[in-house]
Design a protein around this ligand. Structure first.
Ligand code: ADP
Ligand code: MG
Length: 367
């Protein structure tokens, strides 16, 4: 494997008593878009600031294209960062905002070159018509484009984007996402894109890094992660709705859930055997749970707790003795709140109920 564009090793950072990064490791391959996906407070911004050299770390190392830049100033790193609350300079117009870094002591480009590059970058982001405007007269979407142009015009090796689209409405978000992918293709730049939005992350990224509690929990393509989620934290952050968890027990070579009628053969999970007396949970993607009418043979009993009409489909919450889950079902399946129903888990994973780690090596299958 070639040298990763960005490599973070054992990053530790606290803000007072609050531990934000707890030994975070991450590698971003060259020429890829990687999404850093995690909930608010997971440590995404701290990770990006560390890569840019804008955070003083307690421990860890930062490498860019194989070079140790841990003690190098932000200006010596050849990375650009777009912040959550876009950092535009209100006293300058759009073109001077975009040109700002190119006039800094680090770049000192000549004015003719600056004009060409600002013009090209503005075209790419479709803001050519805004170049002479003051930034405080722009809409949120326009400001965001200017902020991206500002970072992009430097043609950095590495592009760090901190929730760059989360303040925009859905349509604008989808449009800008497509443009970012286009820019990536043209410039062959490496991007690390922090977001809490699952759909946005899988739409833009080649690969995901799932972050929670200041640690990267798993990296891989969405297909890799669905095929073998590292732990329960990953299951809770992937999918929409996310993974369902049921209490489980193992007896007579089968995995059973309380009150359930299904037996999933333990052999299909590839477990050596969880430690005796440990609590075990069965996790299943909602796509691997079939919901049907009450009393279906070989299925578990459930009840419809909530129905959310999404037009072409319905999102339902099903409760059962073993646990509750949410799933999207076609609107032909007519369910009302309070109805009895059945559900059948076609495959799933076993997790250690105490530390959340996956203890099955395969997705176990129902017979
Ligand atoms: P994210 O971007 O994923 O929301 P952050 O890196 O911003 O996560 O924050 C990680 C943790 O550190 C959170 O618990 C947050 O509250 C805390 N934190 C971040 N910045 C500061 C700060 N300047 N002062 C105190 N706590 C902070
Ligand atoms: Mg953040």
């Amino acid at each position: 494997m070639s040298v990763p564009m960005l490599k973070l090793e054992g990053l530790k950072k606290s803000y007072g008593a609050k531990r934000a990064l707890r030994g975070l490791d991450l590698e971003v391959p060259d020429n890829e878009i990687m999404a850093l996906l995690g909930p608010t407070g997971a440590g995404k911004s701290s990770t990006l600031l560390s890569a840019a050299g804008l955070l003083s770390l307690e421990a860890g190392k930062v490498f860019l294209a194989g070079r140790d830049v841990t003690d190098i100033d932000p200006s010596g790193r050849d990375v650009s960062i777009v912040f959550e609350g876009f950092n535009l300079l209100p006293v300058l117009d759009v073109k001077d905002n975009i040109a700002f870094a190119l006039r800094s002591p680090t770049y000192r480009e000549d004015e003719a070159e600056i004009k060409v590059r600002v013009g090209r970058t503005a075209e790419l982001l479709r803001i050519s018509h805004l170049l002479d405007r003051d930034v405080d007269t722009l809409s949120g979407g326009e400001r965001q484009r200017v902020a991206i142009a500002r970072a992009l015009v430097r043609r950095p090796k590495m592009f760090l984007l901190d929730e760059p689209l989360s303040a925009l409405d859905l349509k604008l978000r989808e449009g800008l996402r497509a443009e970012l992918r286009q820019i990536h293709r043209q410039h062959r730049s490496t991007m690390l894109y922090a977001t809490h939005d699952y759909h946005g992350a899988i739409a833009i990224a080649d690969r995901l890094a799932i972050i929670e509690g200041g640690v990267v929990q798993q990296t891989g393509t969405i297909d890799d992660i669905i095929a073998l989620p590292a732990n329960m934290r990953v299951g809770k952050l992937i999918g929409s709705p996310s993974m369902a968890f049921f209490e489980a027990s193992i007896s007579d070579g089968s995995v059973l859930i309380p009150g359930g009628k299904q037996r999933l053969p333990i052999g299909t999970f590839g477990v050596v055997g969880p430690a005796a007396g440990r609590k075990v949970l069965l996790g299943a993607w909602p796509e691997d749970i079939e919901v049907g009418p009450a009393g279906a043979a070989g299925a578990n009993d459930g009840s419809v707790y909530a129905v959310d009409n999404r037009g072409f489909e319905r999102a339902v919450q099903i409760n059962s003795t073993a646990g509750s889950f949410r799933k999207v079902v076609p609107s032909e399946l007519v369910f009302k709140q309070g109805d009895a129903c059945s559900f059948r888990i076609t495959s799933g994973f076993l997790f250690d109920g105490e530390n959340g780690s996956r203890i099955s090596h395969l997705g176990g299958k129902a017979r």
